[in-house]
Design a protein around this ligand. Structure first.
Ligand code: M6R
Length: 627
């Protein structure tokens, strides 16, 4: 979490930093700040709360500086107050630093620096960094160790070598007004190359309106940005040769394009996302109908699959489990990455481990995968690197960690609540489960063809489903704007959709919501029901349709208002439910791709009606890069 941005060039830095931070606000929005260098001084302005507070403060400040750094914070160490906002500075106010991540050994460093007379003004872990840099500037090592003659670079390098943890840092110093140093150690950082101007940022949307030429720093690398260019080094100080690549992202993609919120825009982008997945994963070749480019060893003697994920990705993984077990017959476990780290299941030979993470940066998922990698290397496995990542960001830290990736082709998602990337993750699981089933011959060619053909119809069914909901859901949102509790129920492949519907509502509307397997209600949660607690039931024809309808009746008998996500024109459902959110009638196996849509819209419209900040809900950040 936290977003950092840096600029050096010929334009006024402040506006470039602010507009970069706007694009990074999805990473955290507890406070924000920028530091620029002008006439030999660091000008540091910070504000509690969202970026517009910082913007208003800066209106009164003259801003001709052409170098600066900025930060938008998701608080970890220290309350979200202005004194904890970044940038942080050394005692003499010459060095300014922004950081995303956690400095694990900050307590020892802080103690040591305090004894040397450095004055701390915040409760953050980050503040040790400017003091350490100042210390190395004051007392440089006797011999220059790096292949770079800049004393500022060398002081930063020495300081960075003292830090433990996962971090991305950008720093400037009033005594070196032509240098910006950026560092990456297990937290994302990209460098942007413009014409006589250079950028660094936690993520590409922050710089795409200035340049599409970027270089992603790798762990253990530092960049020295000057008005003349960018030099890359490792932490030992050796110069590295690296070339930027061209981004496949346009400035338009980071705009709302007429929608009131990114979340709504992203919900409406879902037909296009599914089309992109269909294009990428399925072919017209009957001898190779699925194209995931996984090595044959991934399929050999596979006995078990374990999937590690958090949040919405965990819900997608539950649907993945259903598909893999039912289509390919492979026992599959789904674990919360944060739990698995401290109580891993015994690792058996021939297990495929899959990490699912939209951002590719979720700390718990990455740590669980790193642990699996380690455990594997200690075992004599027939095929060691059986680690697969499912992600929207193949260039992320996850991409470096696993041997194979399935790119979910979701496109950039800015709303903090995951919507289109959830559907994209589902598409990746359909392709993987079908590929496993095809290669293990647990599915007939006819059935496979049938499912692929039905998947090809899904984009237009999503369009029809979106169209059907428009007025219905706005009316429901009006009715439920003051509701305090919601229950979502589903069974079988739609149970994870009940969980996802509840999570979406909690995240964006702050209404308490729970998702349950419909059959479990009578084992306790039914005690919650009365006329004030609406129940949303997902009832799609198939294996468990009649069962869900009976469970819904049980809720109705306790006076709950019943909302049904049901197939269009379903007479039986119309008699039972008070309100219907109809979706196209598709095979139960494919139904989650449609049933989640009304639930995303319900969460969105209730939150919007309550006047909440839908795209940046309180306390959340899009990529959770701390444990
Ligand atoms: O980037 P990841 O998929 O690893 O993120 C996992 C969760 O943090 C994420 O899904 C979170 O639950 C979303 N805000 C859900 O809308």
């Amino acid at each position: 979490m936290c977003g950092i941005v840096g600029y050096i060039g010929t334009q006024a830095a402040t506006e470039i930093l602010l507009s970069g931070l706007e694009k990074l606000e999805y990473r955290g929005y507890d406070s924000a700040g920028i530091a620029t260098i002008w006439e030999g001084e660091v000008n540091c302005v910070r504000a509690k709360g969202k970026l517009h507070n910082l913007r208003s403060k800066l209106e009164a400040v003259e801003a001709p500086a052409q170098i600066g750094i900025g930060h938008t914070r998701w608080a970890t160490h220290g309350k979200p107050e202005e004194y904890n906002a970044h940038p942080h500075m050394d005692t003499a106010m010459r060095v300014a630093v922004v950081q995303n991540g956690i400095i694990e050994n900050y307590r020892e460093l802080r103690q040591d620096l305090k004894q040397k007379g450095y004055v701390f003004r915040s409760e953050t872990d980050t503040e040790v960094i400017p003091h350490l840099i100042a210390e190395f500037l004051k007392n440089p090592p006797s011999s220059q160790l790096a292949q770079c003659s800049s004393p500022f670079f060398e002081a930063v390098r020495q300081a960075v070598n003292k830090l433990k943890g996962a971090f991305a840092i950008a720093c400037v110093c009033a005594d070196f007004p032509d240098e910006l140093i950026a560092i990456r150690q297990q937290a994302p950082l990209v460098i942007g190359f413009g014409q006589g101007e250079f950028f660094c940022a936690s993520d590409t949307p922050a710089i795409v309106s200035h340049t599409r030429a970027v270089l992603t720093l790798e762990n253990g690398e530092m960049a020295r940005l000057t008005p003349l260019g960018v030099e890359i080094y490792n932490f030992a100080g050796d110069r590295l040769k690296k070339q930027p690549r061209l981004l496949n992202l346009s400035p338009m993609m980071v705009e709302k394009q007429g929608f009131k919120h990114f979340m709504l825009k992203e919900i409406y982008e879902q037909p296009g996302v599914v089309r992109a997945c269909l294009e990428a994963y399925f072919t017209n070749d009957i001898n190779a109908p699925i194209n995931l480019s996984l090595p044959a060893e991934f399929y050999d003697d596979l006995e078990q699959i374990q999937i590690l994920a958090c949040g919405t990705s965990w819900h997608a993984a539950l649907i993945g489990k259903y598909l893999i077990e039912q289509l390919a017959g492979i026992p599959t476990q789904v674990q919360y990455a944060s739990e698995f780290r401290y109580a891993p299941s015994p690792l058996t030979a021939n297990t495929l481990t899959i990490g699912v993470t939209q951002s590719g940066e979720t700390a718990d998922t990455l740590a669980a995968l790193a642990m699996e990698k380690e455990r594997r290397s200690a075992l004599e496995l027939k095929y060691q690197p059986r680690l697969l990542g499912i992600t929207n960001r193949p260039e992320s830290t996850l991409g470096e960690m696993v041997s194979q990736i399935i790119n979910i082709h979701g496109g950039l998602e800015i709303g903090v609540a995951a919507t289109k990337t959830f559907i994209a993750q589902l598409m990746a699981f359909y392709a993987l489960a079908l590929d496993l089933a095809y290669r293990r011959q647990t599915i007939s060619p006819d059935k496979l063809e049938d499912i692929i053909n039905s998947l090809r119809q899904i984009p237009k069914e999503i369009e029809a489903t979106l169209e059907r909901q428009e007025n219905l859901i706005e009316q429901l949102a009006h009715d439920f704007a003051e509701t305090t509790d919601f229950i979502f129920v589903g069974r079988g492949i739609n149970f994870p959709i009940a969980l996802e519907g509840a999570l979406k509502l909690k995240e964006v509307s702050y209404i308490h919501a729970e998702g349950y397997p419909a059959g479990e209600m009578k084992h306790g949660p039914i005690a919650l029901l009365d006329a004030k607690v609406p129940v949303v039931a997902i009832a799609m024809p198939g294996n468990v349709y009649e069962k869900v309808l009976s469970n819904a009746q049980e809720a109705k008998a306790r006076d709950s208002r019943l909302i049904g996500v049901t197939p269009v024109n379903d007479g039986e459902a119309a008699e039972i439910f008070n309100d219907l959110l109809p979706v196209s009638n598709v095979d139960e196996l494919l139904s989650p791709i449609l049933t989640v849509i009304p639930l995303q819209l319900l969460a969105y419209h209730i939150a919007a009606r309550r006047g909440l900040d839908v795209d940046q809900p309180r306390n959340l950040a899009k990529s959770v890069t701390v444990e």
